[in-house]
Design a protein. Sequence first.
Length: 133
Amino acid sequence: GQVLKHSESQNGAIAYAHLRAYYDLDGNKEIYAKDTLTKLLHLTLEYNSNGGMNRYIHNFDTLSSKLESAGHELSEEQKKTIFTNNINDRDYLNTIDTCDEYDFATTVSKLRQKAIRLNKVSNLRGRHNVNQA
């Protein structure tokens, strides 16, 4: 999206400068990383979250990638901890409990499978009829 803004002018130098300012706040990666980490820590999945589990996973991956590009990559254990702690939908509690021994990728996969079973994988309306235990 950021590069396409400059497709008409086809000026790579301007596109690069724009990307640099967008992704590392004119070279201040510490501020960018802090802001991105704050967004990641406040990202939640609620029982009625718009977009459901798919959007939560996408947003989490996007923010994690931005942190990595700023030189502040999270460990797999940190990702797993933040990802699971920010799920505030009780329908996932039992699955989260069973993921203690899994790595981050497997945990995400198990929770996505649970979302599919609950029909909460991509709730575009932002509402669920029932919050099952």
